[in-house]
Design a binder for this molecule. Sequence first.
Ligand SMILES: [Ca+2]
Ligand SMILES: [Ca+2]
Length: 182
Amino acid sequence: MRFLVPLMSASMFLPLMACNSPTAPPEVLMVESFNMENSGLYKLNYTGFVNWDVTSGSVDLVGTAPFDDFLPKAQGLYVDLDGTTKAAGTLRSKQRFDLKPGTYRLEFRMSGTPRPNQPPNTMRISVGSAFSETVTLQSYAPLTTFARTFRVRSTQQAHLEFAHAGGDDYGNFIDDIRFERL
Ligand SMILES: [Ca+2]
Ligand SMILES: [Ca+2]
């Protein structure tokens, strides 16, 4: 009987431990590399994104010749948020995410416009009313990973949106977006 006691204890506690595990993996809501867009070829003023609508202005899908020297080759395709119509673009996720209360993490890579004599470029990144941040980058600001964590306190539905200001055909570049619920 002495040996049965620990066994019974273990079986009583195991279900609790499983429910409250702090190491549950994040729920990935979106991963975006842009590399499969347009059969892998650049296109100025591109609107055919699988996961995104261009809801205002225009954006350029770049990363293949002759528009392949903005970011390192390893990035494949990526997006210049200020396309080629003198009206910067807004890229909005087609998916409207169901955001339960909890903690979320948004990660993406962004660089300034890699061309000389350009004024700074400003972009607003948002997830509905749950998250919003405005970032201004100088020319040649290096490709940097931005990672933000935010809380959703009441259930809401929201698009993920990248909205570039202005419009002179030279904008901030984005790539490698990852959105997840922690
Ligand atoms: Ca890419
Ligand atoms: Ca600009």
